[in-house]
Design a protein around this ligand. Structure first.
Ligand code: NAD
Ligand code: MG
Length: 394
């Protein structure tokens, strides 16, 4: 097989770094075509010197100029571009085979859609893109002839538990239910009073996974599981009723699929994103990922419990948004992004995150998700509304 050209969107993030770790283990299979970063320009510069991609993308022209001079001075051939259109360009470029969509939040939607529309192998970590644009995204995968591989560990596990030859978009016959595991986050056992006083530092200290700040807060509120519930519905063609969330604090069982004959298949492994990333890169083959094999004697026991939707209302809000349909998931996602940013900034209580989201969903008129412009408009309006609500809550 010829060497695969890889674009890593969000290369400086947690998933981006894990991706480059796996890619670097297999130089005979993968070459980096483009790397992107929003603001960590120096870190991106280091990655360019190491991987020597054709292109790098940053947010502003000023940053691009600075990075370009630095790379030229070091004899690095990388051409530096900037802005959202450049993200799309490196995602759909004719020379690219594989796109890792690992930008966090709605900012990753357009390049992820472009990669799908251009028929790439799309490694989807950016769940927010799918939550916002579900039907549209899955249509782009089909019409573009893309190969969609879920990188979220749970969805990757589910994908691995489906019959060989399964593709994203339609659930094979014989599947009864998907069991989506959740760590429960750092506040799983906290009282409502303690939750009210939870700080950003406490929220981003996840017990099992090392991740970016936004998804770490999402894990603490259980919105991450809510977004993943919506993600599972689109990826596997099921209704929310066919997905059961199971809290599993050890984060060893990454999800399960139940079949009509009474079989339940699970995928297990140490909590390390390099496993799903390696599967996404090489599927249907398997390649080493640098992950230690699971030691069941050291693990010793596994626990499972039902989620508490009273202390963690975000899971309910996500299920309701998916049931409402249209642009409701995009509104949920946008309000969550605004609320989480405010919480990380010390401007909103942890327990007010779901309040901002629920209020935003209640106050915005329901819109059908009848195309990208409508979805982007819903995202914009939800951000405005959520920001207004933040002002009232202080
Ligand atoms: P992160 O914060 O560590 O990295 C985010 C990346 O996106 C960075 O490279 C940043 O430069 C880039 N970025 C941020 N804002 C941008 C913007 N406006 N325009 C362009 N680029 C921008 O996040 P992460 O933990 O790596 O998560 C990335 C995505 O993967 C998220 O959607 C997250 O939900 C998903 N995910 C992450 C994990 C994990 O273990 N970290 C697991 C499953 C899914
Ligand atoms: Mg996950």
């Amino acid at each position: 097989m010829p060497v695969q050209q890889v674009t890593v969107l969000g290369a400086t993030g947690s998933i981006g770094q894990s991706t480059l770790d796996v890619v670097a283990r297999h130089p005979e299979r993968y070459q980096v075509f483009a790397l992107t970063s929003h603001s960590r320009v120096d870190a991106l510069g280091e990655l360019c010197l190491r991987f020597r991609p054709s292109h790098a993308v940053v947010a502003t022209g000023e940053d691009a100029g600075r990075l370009q001079s630095r790379l030229r001075a070091a004899g690095c051939p990388t051409e530096v571009w900037h802005g959202p259109a450049a993200l799309v360009e490196v995602a759909e470029h004719a020379r690219v085979d594989v796109v890792m969509a690992a930008i966090v939040g709605a900012a990753g939607l357009l390049p992820a859609l472009a990669a799908a529309g251009a028929g790439k192998r799309v490694l989807l970590a950016n769940k927010e893109a799918l939550v916002m644009s579900g039907a549209l995204f899955m249509d782009a995968v089909v019409s573009g002839g893309a190969t969609l591989l879920p990188i979220d560990s749970e969805h990757n596990a589910i994908f691995q538990c489906l019959p060989a030859g399964s593709r994203c978009g339609a659930l094979p016959t014989g599947v009864e239910r998907i069991l989506l595991t959740a760590s429960g986050g750092p506040f799983r056992t906290w009282t409502p009073e303690a939750l009210r006083a939870a700080t950003p530092e406490q929220a981003v200290r996840h017990p099992k996974w090392s991740m970016g700040r936004k998804i770490s807060v999402d894990s603490a509120t259980l919105m991450n599981k809510g977004l993943e519930l919506i993600e599972a519905c689109w990826l596997f063609g099921v209704s929310p009723a066919a997905v059961q969330v199971v809290v599993h604090p050890e984060s060893i069982v990454h999800s399960l699929v139940q079949y009509v004959d009474g079989s339940t298949l699970a995928q297990l492994g140490n909590p390390d994103m390099r496993t799903p990333i390696a599967l996404g890169l090489a599927w249907p083959e398997r390649i080493p990922a640098g992950v230690a094999p699971l030691d069941l004697f050291a693990t010793a026991s596994l626990h499972f419990e039902a989620p508490d939707e009273i202390r963690f209302p975000c899971l309910r809000l996500a299920r309701e948004a998916m049931a409402a349909g249209g642009c409701a998931p995009a509104v949920l996602n946008a309000a969550n992004e605004v609320a989480v940013a405010a919480f990380l900034d010390g401007k909103l209580r942890f327990t007010d995150i779901p309040a901002v989201i629920e209020q935003t969903l209640t106050e915005l008129p329901m819109m059908a998700a009848d195309g990208l412009p409508t979805i982007l408009e819903a995202d914009r309006e939800a951000r405005e509304q959520a920001t207004r609500l933040l002002g009232l809550m202080r």
